[in-house]
Design a binder for this molecule. Structure first.
Ligand SMILES: Nc1ncnc2c1ncn2[C@@H]1O[C@H](COP(=O)(O)OP(=O)(O)OP(=O)(O)O)[C@@H](O)[C@H]1O
Length: 298
């Protein structure tokens, strides 16, 4: 199927049109449109409960909307033919909020879950080899493979979840609040990891976040959810020019201004943070904490 084209002529990987979601009387989305372009990191922001996670679940077929159309790689994901849905699902990876690792499986076994699901005939030696590669790729030490999730720090769990999301060599990555719960150093290191994997692997990334530093550091464009729909999509500079109350409050509030003022410093600090994080084995479990922004320092 021909891929739709975005306004700038870029290939549209995710195309959401007229989406409506509701739970009982509560309407979460109404006439929501969104296009995600190949190769971008799209940040998705909005107040708590505006339906960011429900949007992601709708796109990946876990939430059946009341109305609307969604295509991913040009294929419909709502009421899709099961075989075609499987073909499309192989092309994306998902890091759910909190990591969603299976607690009774080791990190390596968690990474192997999607491989076993989609390629049941792979032999164990190959599964082990792929899992080791993905574990190291996400900055975890090789020794993390045989560990259980309960033995990992919060940051390591996120990396393990990311390793599982990358198991099938996806073209498209969904990240639901990947830096939530991480200290600033861990969050910065995870941002750098996301950016470097996105560049190296040519990924398109749909990234739900509340983290202003993440938006400034790695997102190419930002989509804003409010009033049950996407009220704006653009670079942060473009969004700042809009007279939309939530956008102004979010980006021009004290934390937004601090993130904006320090964005160059934050990015260069974040490169140092990554080196530091790698030096300590990719873990975020040290208790060093320093303010990411002047607002936190205050
Ligand atoms: N399975 C469900 N059943 C009933 N209501 C739901 C369900 N899933 C989500 N909701 C409701 O839909 C709304 C949007 O939820 P969602 O988790 O998408 O918000 P969010 O924008 O991701 O919020 P947050 O930033 O706090 O994570 C919320 O009011 C939530 O209670």
């Amino acid at each position: 199927m021909a891929q739709p084209q975005g306004p700038a002529g870029d290939e549209v990987i995710i195309d959401v049109r007229g989406l409506k979601n509701s739970f009982g009387d509560q309407v979460v989305h109404e006439n929501l449109d969104l296009q995600v372009r190949r190769g971008e990191i799209l940040g998705v922001v909005g107040g708590s409960g505006t339906g960011k996670s429900v949007l992601m679940r709708s796109i990946i077929g876990l939430q059946v909307p009341v109305a609307g159309e969604i295509t991913v790689f040009g294929e419909p994901t709502i009421d899709a033919d099961p075989n075609e849905a499987t073909d499309v699902r192989k092309r994306w990876g998902v890091l759910f909020q909190g990591g969603a690792l299976f607690s009774t499986l080791t990190v390596a076994e968690n990474v192997q879950v999607p491989l076993r699901e989609f390629y049941p005939n792979l032999d164990q030696a190959l599964l082990d080899e792929i899992a080791s590669y993905k574990v190291v790729m996400t900055g975890l030490p090789a020794e993390a493979g045989p560990k259980f999730p309960a033995e990992l720090s919060g940051g390591m769990k996120k990396r393990a979840g990311l390793a599982r999301a990358l198991a099938l060599d996806p073209e498209l990555l969904f990240l639901d609040e990947p830096t939530a719960g991480l200290d600033p150093i861990g969050a910065a290191a995870f941002d750098e990891l996301t950016r470097s994997l996105q560049k190296t692997l040519g990924l398109t990334v749909f990234l739900i976040t509340h983290d202003l530093d993440t938006l400034y550091a790695i997102c190419d464009r930002v989509a804003v959810l409010a009033d049950k729909k996407v009220v704006a999509v653009g670079t942060i500079d473009e969004l700042l020019k809009l007279d939309q109350p939530w956008i102004q409050e979010y980006f021009n509030g004290p934390r937004g201004r601090a993130a904006q003022a320090g964005k160059g410093d934050i990015q260069s600090e974040r490169r140092v943070d990554l080196v530091e994080a790698q030096a300590i084995g990719g873990t975020d479990d040290d208790n060093r904490r320093r303010p990411a922004t002047q607002a936190e320092a205050d």
